[in-house]
Design a protein around this ligand. Structure first.
Ligand SMILES: O=C(O)C[C@H]1C=CC(=O)O1
Ligand SMILES: [Mn+2]
Length: 390
């Protein structure tokens, strides 16, 4: 039986500015859910998003408000006796709010795993791999800085796949930036994420130049609203085209898979609405012959561990993952950091998420952020962006 549900906003600075087409991040606001049960178990979940409301439809504050106002009273009143029943209850009474649902499901699975002494991977289908390769995003905004950062990552054997965030500069400038990095790192896989910034016509031009320059993967080049453009681009080019923002819950992923709108799906547990939903999307994509990529909303270690459990169950993961979120933050909130080495992340083997959250640290940071009104939580720097019509 659930005794308490606490939702905490925990802002942590990033190691450097992280520039996307829709926002510039100097800190990440972790949205953490802590559930405690009457019989002494506790579980953690995470509903972190990117840049306030600039990336997705739920903001850190809306997630906290909605969990406190709607999710918690419902769960406390109905007292579901399993994670599956709790999620069924939430899906019946609460529409949308996929990030919030993901955090609740994660915390409940963490508890269920601890109760059964099994890692979450074994509760959601069973792992078929114990380690996953992790790409790093170069997004300092400067080509030479990005190249130097990539060399450091290779030297430390942390990453050898690099994703570049483009779309906020003129196309030819972005292409020149990407190709300079590709030439400096000829043995590395280089991918680009346009975060919806191009029109179809711009994408035709940009992708053609990137494909000729040897780029390996193009992520969400056009608006998520224009699924047919994404499909046309995937059909037109040999280079792999990946759907990201457009891949949401299993219903919409089903349509995308059935229409074969992209060569690869980036799956994110928060965008999907939870771990089981993300498993379902992975299975559907696989059945439709679509490749899989383990995506991130730049979560801290809780959401990252949860994602790793999900991706460990995928039948194939040919485009690897980008679960580097915790490494972008200056502080860790775990007693023992996640195990990144040899270009990969080891999937935790302990019960539940298999991690130990430093509760004192997390509650301390959350209190500090709430008390200090002169230091409000930053929600990213607004970047004017024409593709979303704002
Ligand atoms: O993929 C996205 O759009 C979001 C995120 C993932 C890595 C990164 O740098 O940003
Ligand atoms: Mn993306």
């Amino acid at each position: 039986m659930i005794r308490s549900i606490n939702t905490l906003l925990v802002p942590i600075p990033t190691i450097r500015a992280h520039k996307l087409a829709c926002t510039v991040m100097n800190e990440q606001v972790l949205v953490l859910v802590h559930i405690q049960t009457e019989d002494g178990y506790e579980g953690w979940g995470e509903a972190t998003t990117i840049g306030g409301l600039s990336y997705a439809e739920e903001s850190p504050h809306s997630i906290k408000t909605n969990i406190d106002t709607y999710f918690t009273p419902l769960l406390m009143k109905e007292k579901p006796t399993s994670t599956a029943k709790a999620m069924q209850l939430l899906s019946t009474h609460i529409s949308g709010n996929r990030f919030a649902k993901c955090a609740i499901e994660t915390a409940l699975l963490d508890i269920e795993g601890k109760r059964l002494n099994l890692p979450i991977s074994e509760l959601i289908g069973g792992r078929v791999r114990d380690c996953i390769e992790v790409a790093w995003t170069l997004a300092s905004g400067n080509t030479d800085t990005d190249i130097a950062e990539a060399h450091q990552m290779i030297e430390k054997r942390r990453h050898r796949i690099f994703k570049l965030k483009i779309g906020s500069n003129p196309i030819l400038d972005d292409v020149a930036h990407v190709l300079a990095i590709k030439q400096a790192l000829p043995d590395c896989r280089i991918t680009v994420d346009v975060n919806q910034a191009w029109t179809e016509l711009e994408a035709m031009k940009g992708i053609s130049l990137l494909q000729d320059g040897g780029v390996d993967l193009i992520e969400q080049p056009v608006s998520m609203r224009n699924k047919s453009a994404l499909k046309r681009l995937a059909e037109h080019f040999d280079v792999a085209i990946m759907a990201d923002e457009v891949v949401q819950d299993p219903y919409n992923a089903f349509q995308l898979a059935a229409d074969h709108c992209a060569d690869v799906f980036a799956v994110k547990i928060n965008q999907a609405g939870g771990l089981k939903a993300a498993c379902l999307i992975g299975q559907m994509a696989h059945l439709a012959g679509i490749e899989l990529y383990g995506g991130t909303m730049l979560e801290g270690p809780i959401g990252t561990a949860a994602s790793a459990h999900v991706f460990s169950t995928y039948p194939s993961l040919n485009f690897d993952t980008e679960l580097f979120g915790p490494l972008l933050l200056i502080e860790d909130i775990l007693a023992q950091p996640l195990d990144y080495q040899n270009f990969g992340l080891t999937i935790p083997t302990g019960a539940g998420l298999g991690i130990e959250v430093d509760n004192d640290k997390v509650y301390h940071y959350a209190r500090q952020a709430n008390l200090s009104s002169s230091n409000p939580i930053s929600l990213g720097t607004y970047v004017s962006d024409s593709h979303t019509g704002v």
